[in-house]
Design a binder for this molecule. Structure first.
Ligand code: NAD
Length: 486
């Protein structure tokens, strides 16, 4: 564990580095992004091994959700960074003519990134890409629940990235709390709403801006679909629920809402797909991650200890204590007041909630805190419009799940209880930048009506000039007076 002295020394060194101006240069930023690309490329096999060890992720899953995501994200940042860094012209009101306006993105300073364990590479390096692109110095605190990946980052990052500008500090909640005592220029936190509140309270003491990437219960609204679409839709649901870290994903599917009359068709198709994707022997499950640790394993098991919930299992329900693997499990209509329907599941248990009419799902979703992601499988255009207009969530994906995470041009982030702030692509750059407004006037003309002594004419002049109408422009012209050069 990192001691106080080491933390203080690291933060002081980062402050000096930032002050030196080195991290502001485009060349420095590009060199760091190229180093991240080299790091994931040269250590791909190690990362596959560590992710398998830590979470039981298959290398294909690890590439799809971690290594490949970081390569793509760093490549995208490298391709766009010149454009992101360039000042943007700002249009000014004619009333200030002649003048020019621009928006300059400047780095915030020394920033803290606190990561989660479920995607231990993506959820640390992806925000890091944003922070570096924007020219900041960074402390990265990975989660203690994925210690092998955390140590990998702590040991390997300094030999690729500028060690005077990027530091990895390992540790659990005590270290996180000590880090939170420092004054940061930004805190980017990924984790639970509970810890999000602690982070925000600590940040408030120094008025430090925060981005909170939190979690919640992400619903799927599953409309009745024709057989051909059903098969594809169920594949996407089965991958979105069980194929990404065994459901331990912030945008993973939490529960499905479907009409009564369609539930058995959906469940039968889900069962067939699960067997094909993962097999049906909990001791020998294929392509399926394990639960991160015994605490989380027991937390998930405790959901099913409620007999009213256990009675609702229609598929799966087996747990293997040795490998910490839980079989993909489907529950039909568990009681709505049960814990499983009120806590974020974050694991491979899938409740299916039935309604008489799929339109009722909108009220159901709205009765819960705003989710990070909402998924709807439907071909009904009016229903899609209604979902967009009447629900609120970090993102909405129609007819698929999870893929919104890897779209650099779409903002990723929550709303309400699922967090605030956004990142990915240019949104990451903006998250770690301050957009400074720069306005420059000329001394050539002076607009006398803006200065006292006030008169009725000046009021009418300003009214017309602010409104940009022709009369206003004429008055503006008349009101401009060459400033005496004396
Ligand atoms: P967590 O909140 O327990 O931990 C997250 C980080 O906070 C870790 O680095 C941990 O060391 C630190 N931490 C833990 N307790 C702390 C405390 N008391 N004070 C200060 N720091 C503390 O969350 P987790 O278990 O790592 O992840 C699960 C949660 O994160 C779920 O709610 C999930 O939905 C959410 N999540 C969100 C995203 C996203 O992108 N929005 C991604 C992954 C996970």
């Amino acid at each position: 564990m990192t001691d106080d002295h080491e933390i203080r020394r690291s933060v002081e060194e980062l402050r000096l580095t930032f002050k030196s101006g080195k991290t502001r240069s485009g060349d420095w930023r590009k060199a760091q992004l190229q180093a991240i690309l080299r790091l994931v490329h040269e250590n791909e096999d190690t990362l596959f091994r560590l992710l398998e060890l830590e979470l039981g992720k298959h290398p294909v899953e690890s590439y799809r959700d971690e290594v490949g995501v970081i390569k793509k994200s760093a490549d995208h940042a490298l391709a766009c960074i010149d454009q992101w860094m360039s000042p943007k012209k700002g249009r000014l009101p004619l009333v200030f003519f002649p003048a020019s306006g621009k928006v300059l993105s400047e780095p915030l300073g020394v920033v803290l990134i606190i990561g989660s364990w479920n995607f231990p590479i993506t959820l640390t390096l992806d925000p890091l890409i944003g922070a570096i692109s924007a020219g900041n110095a960074v402390v990265l605190k990975p989660s203690e629940l994925s210690p092998n990946c955390a140590s990998f980052l702590a040991n390997v990052l300094p030999s690729y990235l500028d060690p005077k500008a990027v530091k990895v500090i390992e540790g659990g909640r005590e270290v996180a709390n000590r880090l939170l005592e420092y004054k940061w220029d930004k805190i980017f936190f990924t984790g639970s709403p509970k810890v999000g509140r602690i982070v925000m309270a600590a940040a408030a003491k120094n008025l430090t801006p925060v981005t909170l990437e939190l979690g919640g219960k992400c619903p799927v609204i599953f409309d009745s679909l024709p057989n051909s679409d059903l098969k594809v839709a169920v594949k996407r649901v089965a991958s979105g629920k069980w194929g990404a870290c065994a459901g331990q994903a912030c945008i993973g599917i939490d529960y499905v809402i479907v009409e009564h009359k369609f539930a058995s068709t959906l469940i039968e198709q889900l069962k067939k797909t699960i067997k094909r994707f993962y097999g049906d022997d909990v001791k020998n499950l294929k392509n399926h991650s394990k639960i991160i640790n015994k605490n989380h394993f027991d937390r998930l098991r405790s959901f099913l200890e409620d007999p009213a919930v256990a009675n609702c299992i229609v598929y799966g329900g087996s747990f293997d204590d040795t490998s910490l693997i839980i079989e993909p499990t489907i529950l039909l209509d568990p009681p709505l007041d049960a814990e499983i329907m009120n806590e974020e599941i974050f694991g491979p248990l899938l409740p299916i909630i039935t309604v008489d009419n799929i339109e009722e799902s909108v009220e159901f979703v709205n009765s819960k805190p705003k989710p990070l992601a909402l998924y709807a499988f439907t071909k009904n255009e009016n229903f899609k419009k209604r979902i967009l207009a009447e629900t609120s969530s970090g993102s909405v994906t129609f007819n698929d799940a999870m893929i919104q995470f890897v779209c650099d041009d779409l903002p990723f982030g929550g709303v309400g209880q699922s967090g605030f702030g956004r990142y990915h692509g240019k949104y990451s750059f903006d998250t770690f930048s301050h957009e400074k407004a720069v306005l420059e006037r000329s001394f050539y003309f002076e607009l006398e009506p803006r200065h006292p002594p006030w008169s009725r004419f000046k009021l009418e002049f300003l009214r017309a000039a602010y409104n940009y109408n022709y009369v206003g422009m004429l008055l503006l012209f008349l009101g401009l007076k060459r400033v005496s050069k004396s």
